[in-house]
Design a binder for this molecule. Structure first.
Ligand code: GDP
Ligand code: IMO
Ligand code: MG
Length: 423
């Protein structure tokens, strides 16, 4: 099957960008189907570090990147990302869905004002206007990327929305003053850069799939941040799991073949919400994960929360997304630990032992991890499965057994070549 999907199987930042970069070598098209510049995907190629937010991670391999209809696009961020890459000698080949929704300055203002209004209950969003933009889409007042090519329509929509949003902001106590004319002028300035890329990407992808071209779907965020299936309300506002692959690209379920789940050898989370295996970042293994794993958010620079690998979480993603292959990243970060723990179930206060994520958030917040202990490993050998120490292989084989998915890649460092391909 010509369509392969790469999905984050935890709370994001699993290393999807690196895995997509590797797989992109054999792809014709690399497609983002949800999310926006809340994503931060870091690629390390020949010692060069690339931090991508909106442009699909096949760009360094020179592949055509498609920003699908399920994405939300901040046109100003996108234009900057294009020019930053050009300055480094990479000219992105892009196709942007005319039905993707635009993130406009009022979305960021509302994101900020709503978070402030929530106080201690804040989601800890990236502040990029993601939620308010998807909310407008659902409210049927969103602005399509294709509207950039219809100045009259754009003018009407932006003016109407600015009036609505100003009322909301004022009610929330925000001092922010929105300026429709300034937004329209700024949009006019970026339109010539984006215009050549705007197209009906659904037709494009259907034709490519029909012609047997190799299509790679690149997930952003992770399954636990899915709007329906994640730890609501501490989630992002799009379908990061299987639903998004089809609705956000226009491909049909039957067209999707392998689904590769990207799993960090431990767990991280940015923002608020329950996290059963969370550790202190100040001492012990949590400190090692944070420091050695350089666990700082690519988008916001916040310290990521860290904890042991949670297979209840991973299996939630495996089941939701139909993951049949795994890429286990950042194994090297655990090098040198005497003991490595893996959560296999949750002990609940009422005595029940669960192997699924409770649908009620308060209940999930009370889940205590049940751990299986593994002996640690010193290093990961010379880049082959055979050279990996028995301890590391036991840990990986356990993940394989518990998930039922085959392990395709093991990450041994951030570089493209620091990857064990398991045959
Ligand atoms: P994404 O959002 O899922 O693409 O992940 P991020 O790029 O936000 O975070 C993953 C971080 O880990 C990046 O800085 C990568 O360069 C880095 N990384 C990916 N795989 C590995 C690995 O196997 N080992 C180490 N040490 N770093 C890795
Ligand atoms: P990548 O693609 C990790 C988190 C935020 C917050 C919640 C909602 O790099 O894995 P939003 O701004 O989306 O409304 O924030 O989701 N979040 C991410 N966490 N990696 C990401 O992307 C994330 N994108 C959003 O921290 O908790
Ligand atoms: Mg990231």
């Amino acid at each position: 099957m010509a369509v392969t999907a790469v999905i984050g199987a935890q709370w994001g930042d699993e290393g999807k960008g690196k895995v997509v970069d590797i797989l992109a070598e054999r792809a014709d098209l690399v497609v983002r189907f949800q999310g926006g510049n809340n994503a931060g995907h870091t690629l390390v190629v020949d010692g060069q570090v690339y931090k991508l937010h909106l442009i699909p991670s096949g760009v360094v391999q020179g592949k055509v990147g498609v920003i699908g209809n399920g994405c939300v696009v901040d046109p100003f961020v996108l234009v900057k990302e294009i020019s930053d890459l050009k300055a480094r000698g990479i000219t992105p080949q892009l196709r942007i869905s005319d039905r993707a929704h635009l993130i406009l300055p009022y979305h960021q203002a509302i994101d900020k004002a709503e978070e402030e209004a929530k106080g201690a209950a804040k989601v800890g969003t990236t502040g990029r206007g993601i939620g308010p933009c998807y909310a407008d889409k659902a409210s049927r007042i969103g602005v399509h990327a294709g509207d950039l090519l219809h100045p009259k329509r754009l003018d009407e929509k932006v003016k109407q929305n600015v009036a609505l949003k100003q009322a909301l902001l004022t009610a929330l106590g925000s001092k922010e003053r929105l300026d429709a004319a300034a937004t329209l002028k700024a949009l006019q300035a970026v339109t010539p850069t984006l215009q050549p890329f705007l197209t009906d990407t659904v037709q494009l992808l259907q034709a490519a799939a029909e012609a047997g071209e190799s299509i790679l779907l690149e997930g952003a965020q992770g399954a636990m941040l899915d709007l329906d299936h994640g730890t609501y309300p501490y989630v992002t506002s799009s379908a990061t799991a299987s639903g998004g692959m089809c609705s956000g690209s226009g491909l049909a379920p039957r067209q999707i073949g392998d689904v590769i789940g990207v799993v960090k050898a431990y767990t991280t989370r940015v923002g608020s919400g329950p996290f059963p295996t969370e550790l202190s970042l100040e001492k012990g293994p949590g400190e090692v994960m944070s420091r050695v794993g350089a666990e700082v958010g690519t988008t916001t620079g916040r310290k990521r929360r860290c904890g042991w690998l949670d297979l209840v979480v991973v299996n939630h993603a495996v089941n939701l997304c139909g993951i049949n292959q795994l890429a286990i990243t950042k194994m090297d970060v655990l090098n040198g630990l005497h003991e490595v723990l893996v959560c296999t179930a949750y002990q609940m206060p009422d005595g029940r032992k669960l192997t699924h994520i409770p649908s009620d958030l308060d209940e999930f917040a009370k889940a205590k991890p049940v751990y299986q202990s593994f002996a640690g490993w010193k290093d990961l050998g010379d880049g082959t499965w055979e050279s990996m120490p028995t301890e590391a292989r036991k840990f990986l084989q356990f993940i394989r057994e518990k998930t039922g998915a085959t392990i395709k890649f093991v990450g041994t460092g951030p570089g493209r070549e620091q990857t064990v391909v398991v045959r």
